[in-house]
Design a protein around this ligand. Structure first.
Ligand code: H2P
Length: 737
């Protein structure tokens, strides 16, 4: 509809961009995990797969980031104040029970009674597919007191505060989205969120199934539920509860259905089981679920005992209940046991987890339970919408926009790497996109950047393993090099703009220190007349999806430099490469597959390999006072600690972290990183070669469409087929003919 809208708006004196700029970014789906889910929703609708997305409608989604004096300040994000894309469904509500107690009735059945009821209310966000009539829904739940309004009796009696208290308590459940690494705060509320989400969604799924009047034995032929991470693992226990307590199936029969309904994706490489719930907390909040967890665990351990007699260690390691004080429930294990397939999100990650976190489960359940589906991104948003000119240029060569539905067609671009007219058009589009970003940078930060400089970007969450520190240390190294040069030699250098963006979870202190560090370094470098246009450092505030759409098309180079073996997949590498940016990367996560598709010659690689990282860490531990192995990095540290970027005290934490621990082996990878960056400069000098590599990057992106990912889920896990929604006009035509 964009053309129609653009034309219509012109009559009113507006551009379509004016209109779009009024729209608030969704405060959901901003980290890698959520954004992947958004891409999958787009792909499932486009591939005409009959699917629903379920989530929570957080009143305040991810916080808004402001940078004040170099520091991240968090503000609430009122994203729902204006959101024309959601349809409240007051008719679709589910009562969700919390607390209370369990008693046995006369027939010996467990009955969960009393406690409190919270009402979940549906809000639907339509997800239209591309070039199809199919539109799926993302159903988001918000919570409210089950009466839905405040207590009028109290209100009449003048007790105004208490009249609304129940309502406020109930609404708190869907109020805020906890950042993913803040595990200790608000734990009970977090558990309540997870349960409300699971219980409401399951009730909705079952209601739909029941409309068909089919027996429960058919359930798994019609329903499959993919758990996106461990957060919804409670759904497994909830379905067991529904089948046993409400539908009166026997325990084993119910478990057969449950464990053929769910499949589970893990998105992390962290070896420790992250989400654990204290048993007393579950007992209090969800007493019946705790009983069921014990029973599921009992049956499981009996099986393990039978198959591996006498192996007490194994029994302890795979038990859902961890014998800590107080005891805890390992949510991850519920996810594994209650699912018929478990997958990681890149080849390396999926392989790695079977050898570490899931090793024991592989031994017991067999390798066949574990599989891989490499992540992807939607080309509709990340190419066509973000970079319409590049999309049009590609369409002009390939003869149509079919590549937006079959991304492998991009391979044909390889034929045009010597077509000088095409290459010129390609380069012009990149320059235009850089100019667009440069204007944005000047408007928002006041920093003027040279659009002919190499735009080097790292935008993603601040997580220590993603190593923004390595990047900024590299920037300082470059700065020192420029300063040490005779001014007459400087003209031979390739000018750079280093662009950073991303948020740190409020509880991630080192992430916040790193943001501060980058901003302080930027301030010094940007005003240094010795450097001028040769180096600029920019921090883009409040990185989100709209900004990513502006940034990705404008990058010459982007950085995917996590310590090998720590990034499960990563998807921004795909977004940049699809927009013709080259990548500098470690041999980690999905980088490996991206490199395979684009070709090593067209990427800049460095760093230790995953199997060596543990050895390096062991060597650190054995030699605590060791010298920093990189002279280059030592000079960087000295410059920081000598006050080159202002008061060293607030900057020292980021440096000391590497000197003291260096868990992410920054010092061991630094020289190889610098060497790769030198290669980047050398390659960039030959613009013709650079553009050729840029075209080849795009040409190699076929595999990374999220359409491929969801097809793989459909065929290898869900066992579902596409169903086209028919065009009513065509139906009429058929009738009359
Ligand atoms: C996580 C992983 C990424 C992965 C993404 C989607 C949790 O994203 O760390 O490696 O690509 O899920 O599978 P993030 O760190 O951005 O929240």
């Amino acid at each position: 509809m964009k053309d129609v809208v653009t034309e219509g708006l012109q009559d009113f004196g507006f551009t379509v961009e004016d209109l779009i700029s009024q729209e608030h970014d969704a405060a959901l789906g901003n980290g890698g995990l959520g954004r992947l889910a958004s891409c999958f929703l787009d792909s499932m609708a486009t591939c005409q797969l009959p699917a629903w997305g379920y989530g929570l409608r957080y009143r305040y989604g991810m916080f808004k980031q402001q940078i004040v004096d170099g520091n991240q300040i968090e503000h609430p994000d009122y994203w729902l104040d204006f959101n024309p894309w959601e349809f409240p469904r007051p008719d679709v509500t589910v009562d969700v029970q919390f607390y209370g107690r369990v008693r046995k009735n006369r027939e010996g059945k467990s009955v969960w009674q009393d406690g409190e009821i919270i009402e979940a209310v549906a809000h639907d966000v339509p997800i239209p597919g591309y070039d199809t009539r199919n539109t799926n829904s993302l159903r988001l739940w918000s919570s409210r007191a089950s009466s839905g309004e405040f207590d009028f009796q109290k209100f009449d009696a003048g007790d105004y505060e208490n009249a609304v208290a129940d309502q406020l308590t109930a609404e708190t459940i869907s109020a805020v989205l906890y950042p993913n690494d803040d595990l200790d705060r608000g734990r009970e509320l977090r558990l309540k969120q997870q349960y409300l989400w699971c219980a409401a969604s399951l009730s909705d799924i079952i209601r739909r199934f029941k409309k068909s009047d089919r027996p429960w034995s058919d359930f798994t032929d019609y329903v499959v539920i993919q758990l996106n991470g461990t957060h919804p693992a409670l759904a497994i226990v909830e379905l067991q509860r529904i089948l046993v307590d409400l539908e009166e199936l026997n325990f084993n029969e119910a478990w057969q259905i449950v464990s053929r309904t769910f499949a589970y994706t893990t998105h992390t490489t962290l070896p420790e089981v992250r989400e654990k719930w204290p048993v007393p907390m579950i007992k209090k909040l969800l007493p019946r679920h705790m009983q069921l967890i014990y029973e599921i665990n009992h049956n499981w351990l009996e099986r393990v005992k039978k198959e591996f007699p006498g192996d007490l260690g194994l029994l302890n390691r795979v038990s859902i209940i961890e014998e800590t004080d107080p005891k805890t429930v390992r949510t991850l294990f519920i996810g594994i046991l209650g699912s018929f397939k478990v997958n990681g999100v890149s080849e390396l990650h999926s392989e790695q987890i079977t050898q570490t976190t899931f090793k024991d489960f592989v031994k017991i359940l067999g390798r066949g339970r574990f599989t891989n589906v490499t992540n992807g991104i939607t080309p509709r948003r990340w190419l066509h919408q973000a970079n319409p000119k590049l999309s049009a240029l590609i369409a002009s060569k390939l003869g149509s926009y079919d590549f937006l539905k079959d991304l492998y067609l991009l391979q044909r671009l390889k034929l045009y790497t010597n077509d000088s007219e095409f290459k010129k058009a390609w380069a012009d589009i990149k320059l235009e996109n850089k100019a667009r970003l440069a204007n944005y940078i000047t408007d928002t930060t006041g920093v003027q950047v040279n659009i002919n400089a190499l735009f080097d970007v790292q935008v993603k969450w601040f997580d220590e393993h993603k190593r923004q520190q390595l990047n900024i240390f590299g920037v300082i190294h470059r700065y020192l090099k420029i300063k040490a040069m005779d001014p007459s030699e400087r003209s031979g250098l390739v000018p750079r703009v280093s662009i950073f963006g991303g948020k740190a979870a409020p509880g991630n202190w080192i992430g916040k220190k790193t943001i501060h560090f980058i901003n302080k370094v930027a301030t010094t470098i940007n005003k240094d007349p010795d450097v001028g246009d040769l180096l600029k450092v920019v921090f883009i505030e409040d990185y989100n999806v709209s900004k990513a759409e502006l940034i990705c098309p404008a990058s010459d180079l982007s950085e995917h430099i996590s310590t090998a073996g720590t990034e499960a997949s990563g998807t921004s590498n795909m977004k940049f490469a699809l927009n013709g940016g080259l990548i500098i990367a470690t041999i980690d996560g999905s980088n490996i597959e991206v490199i395979e598709e684009i070709g090593e010659d067209n990427t800049f690689l460095f760093g230790h390999l995953a199997p060596d990282v543990e050895d390096v860490r062991r060597a650190h531990a054995e030699n605590p006072g060791r010298e920093c192995p990189s002279k280059n990095l030592l000079s960087v540290f000295n410059a920081v600690l000598d006050g080159m970027f202002g008061d060293p005290e607030p900057l020292a934490a980021v440096v000391n972290r590497v000197i003291d621990q260096d868990h992410y082996i920054i010092s061991d990878d630094f020289d190889s990183y610098i060497a790769a960056q030198d290669m980047v400069d050398e390659t960039y000098r030959d613009q013709d070669k650079w553009i050729e590599k840029s075209i080849l990057s795009v040409a190699g992106m076929g595999k990374f469409s999220s359409d491929r990912s969801v097809w793989q889920y459909s065929e290898e896990i869900w066992n579902i087929e596409s169903v086209a929604v028919k065009d009513p006009k065509r139906r009429e035509y058929k009738k009359s003919s």
